[in-house]
Design a protein around this ligand. Structure first.
Ligand code: DP6
Length: 328
């Protein structure tokens, strides 16, 4: 017997960052976060639970993945299999749709699409907010990719892990866009998992990060409600920089900036001097993401291409939440 589910999920970029776990096993974060789901990058995943299989397998872009990767997927599948009447091994096939050379293949869309496909194949059909608590166990940031537009991942309470889940805030349909400046498309040197662990354990600035992330989030939610783009952008930029500042305070220090990241940051400030509202954020890598007005994207691309090759500038509109690609 074969049980099949196919789902698509888009990646998201955090505007209030998630950086640090209070429980590693359950992926419970130290602070709530808020993101924008992006239309340009997504993952399609097909899960086939099959009683004829004798082991799990995982194919990414048509290539069989190593044991370590497959084991991670198997552990994730178990979250669903525990709820199913019978245990089936599975074949997992994923396709990452990321513009060439972007280097942005992210665990966020990967685990969100996998959760979506498992939800369909297993027949559990959980509501999306509950499904986000499953995605969370694959990778924290994927919690937010279950929804489109602006999404909050509520850190939840210690007494109830299932309260750490995502919810929809706003569809971001008020002229919001993002330009990604690809500085380097290589795999990151320090994984976010390790980077955040090291920061929580050693950075003296970490408590201040947790404290100010709370006020940043509250103010950002107000700005979104008021459709106040300037305040949204300013908080995005300061929150992202504060996350990197806490990392620089870790021992040993963690620095994801490369010389061209700094150049990109200067260019974003330059855009503002030209009167174009544009604000930057960076994650656990050297690329710079520019939050802007969607209608300004052609002009921003034009300005940035004076410094960066056009092939390294990717524009995106807000994306939608997880969708089923299974036949009805
Ligand atoms: C800087 O979600 O990749 O992008 O939960 O350990 O898988 P794990 O980490 P991950 O961390 C994302 C960190 C970030 C900020 C963010 O997306 O909120």
């Amino acid at each position: 017997m074969k049980l099949i589910g196919i789902a698509r999920a888009h990646t998201n970029i955090a505007l209030i960052k998630y950086w640090g776990k209070r429980n590693k096993e359950l992926f419970l974060p130290m602070n709530s976060s808020l993101s924008l789901t992006l239309d340009a990058f997504y993952t399609d995943t097909k899960v086939t639970f099959d009683d004829a299989l004798t082991e799990d397998s995982f194919l990414l872009n048509g290539e069989a993945q190593a044991v370590e990767e497959t084991n991670k997927i198997a552990k994730f599948l178990d979250l669903f299999r525990q709820q199913m009447p019978e245990y089936y091994y599975a074949k997992v096939e994923s396709l990452n749709f990321v513009p060439t050379a972007a280097g942005l293949a992210s665990s966020a869309s990967a685990f969100a699409a996998l959760a979506g496909a498992c939800n369909l194949a297993s027949g559990l059909n959980l509501p999306i907010d509950e499904l986000s608590t499953y995605a969370r166990r694959g990778s924290g940031s994927s919690t937010r990719s279950l929804f489109g537009g602006f999404v909050e991942w509520d850190m939840g309470s210690d007494s109830d892990a299932s309260s750490s889940r995502a919810h929809f805030i706003d569809d971001a349909s008020w002229d919001i866009g993002m330009v990604i400046i690809v500085v380097n498309n290589q795999k990151k040197t320090v994984s976010s998992r390790l980077g955040m662990e090291q920061t929580v354990a050693t950075s003296p600035f970490y408590p201040a990060w947790v404290e100010t992330a709370k006020t940043d989030l509250a103010q950002m939610k107000q700005a979104i409600q008021a459709k106040d783009f300037k305040t949204l952008g300013e908080i995005t930029e300061t929150n992202g920089m504060k996350m990197h500042a806490t990392m620089l305070g870790a021992n040993p220090p963690i620095c994801y900036f490369e010389p061209e990241s700094i150049l990109a940051q200067q260019q974003v400030r330059q855009l503002r001097e030209l009167g174009i509202p544009a604000y930057m954020t960076m994650d656990a890598g050297p690329n710079v993401k520019v939050l802007c007005r969607a209608s300004d994207m052609p002009r921003i691309k034009g300005e940035l291409s004076k410094v960066f090759d056009e092939s390294r500038l990717i524009t995106s509109l807000p994306g939608e939440g997880v969708i089923s690609l299974s036949e009805a």
